[in-house]
Ligand binder design. Sequence first.
Ligand SMILES: Nc1ncnc2c1ncn2[C@@H]1O[C@H](COP(=O)(O)OP(=O)(O)O)[C@@H](O)[C@H]1O
Ligand SMILES: [Mg+2]
Length: 282
Amino acid sequence: MTAAIEFRNIRKDYGDKTILDNFNLRIEKGEFVTMIGSSGGGKTTALKMINGLIEPTSGDILVNGENIRGKKMTDLRRNIGYAIQGSVLFPHMTVEQNIAYVPNLLNKKDKARTRAAVCKWMGIVGLDEDLRDRYPSELSGGQQQRVGIARALAASPDILLMDEPFGAVDEITRRQLQSEIKRIHAETGITILFVTHDIQEALNLGTRVLVIDQGQIHQFAPPQELLASPATDFVKRLVDKERRTCRLPDDRLGDCEFSGVGCTRAEETDAEDDAEGAGARE
Ligand SMILES: Nc1ncnc2c1ncn2[C@@H]1O[C@H](COP(=O)(O)OP(=O)(O)O)[C@@H](O)[C@H]1O
Ligand SMILES: [Mg+2]
């Protein structure tokens, strides 16, 4: 099957500094890949190469089997949603106009279709319909984040790139957004690549978790595997608290339930501190 995203021998230098080297990665269609690692490790750089915001020094990137080199960026980005931390909304446009931005471009004449799309996506990301005429400055951080995600999804992309999208919201909103993005993934079958500095978030959301540090891939595996057999010391440090939080003997960690059902989350705060200790904070 054709991969959704493929990095082939990617190298990226800034001046004499090499950020990524011999970077190879294959993400299948429909996967939800979470990417975690130390700050400055090259996560954002890798992500932005997929939608052409950053060009590799050498190597190839394939999206849906097509090399993006020489491709028209507008065509490429039409199929790739991009959501980042904080508000990236147009401040002078209402919620509706923000979400409708891309659908409007696509169905110029069919206003009803655009309106229906806006309504649908507001519902999916959990935004109340009354908010459609508000301006971004009249919304909470969590609401702004939801509008950002609705706007990215409204273009009906095959691939959604998310760079620490929930970094700036409170804990409760973050939990809600996490379950919504999980549901959206399950319902749409979209391919998601999601950068986070929170190991709990990475393990909870990802069908596979990619751990990178200083441009090197330490492990790319399902959450159970990361917990049961961390490939390097870096991964081990990252997941150690989470392993203990699950309170299962090592040989049974594969049975650990990451939805929170089978886990006691008493050490939550410590776990986050630990991720920070491992250098995984932005
Ligand atoms: N435009 C740039 N010019 C020079 N160095 C950069 C540029 N963008 C990022 N870097 C450097 O590349 C490294 C990787 O950055 P980044 O991909 O943003 O890391 P991460 O998202 O993992 O925190 C960092 O050391 C950063 O300072
Ligand atoms: Mg980053």
